[in-house]
Design a protein around this ligand. Structure first.
Ligand code: FES
Ligand code: FES
Length: 168
């Protein structure tokens, strides 16, 4: 079926088998290989991208479901010359080792801070009537779907804390 995705600000027309996942559309058809395939079963978060500003596991979603949607991948967040603040913070705090999970971690981290800013509740909030705050526990809970086999979690949390601090 023909479809159009707006990827990193550019309209991309595709003609794909309707069984193609968003992850495969990005990697295999648009050659945006920054988004990684870890488990392909929704369990690792390596494939996290932003769809209309919200994070999803792109391996669990069919591309055709996103006809007309705005997709942001790690390639669209920043460039080597002009890093997104979260990318810069990951570099500064050494928030990775092998780097395989990192694009998904960074996309997720950007979305987490926006979720907190929008007041989206989480499972570790003791008071659901209060606005969530970007505490270490809050961010760790919200990032729990992003697995890092290198165990860079503490440094990832430090990077997020720095960006969250900058957001006030
Ligand atoms: Fe999508 Fe693991 S590849 S969650
Ligand atoms: Fe290696 Fe996270 S940096 S899996």
């Amino acid at each position: 079926m023909p479809m159009m995705l707006k990827v990193n600000g550019q309209k991309r027309s595709l003609s794909l088998d309707t069984r193609t996942t968003l992850l495969d559309a990005l990697r295999e058809h648009l050659h945006l290989t920054g988004t990684k395939k870890g488990c392909d079963h929704g369990q690792c978060g390596a494939c996290t991208v932003l769809v209309n500003g919200k994070r999803i596991n792109s391996c669990l979603s069919l591309a055709i479901m996103h006809d007309g949607d705005e997709i942001t991948t790690i390639e669209g967040l920043g460039t080597p010359d002009k890093l997104h603040p979260m990318q810069a913070a990951f570099v500064k705090h050494d928030g990775y080792q092998c780097g395989y999970c990192t694009p998904g971690q960074i996309c997720s981290a950007v979305a987490v801070l926006e979720e907190i800013a929008r007041g989206v509740p989480s499972h570790v909030q003791d008071d659901l009537t209060a606005a969530p705050r970007a505490t270490n526990m809050e961010m760790r809970e919200r990032m729990s779907g992003n697995i890092c086999r290198c165990g860079a979690y503490s440094n990832i949390a430090d990077a997020m804390a720095e960006v969250a601090g900058g957001m006030g």
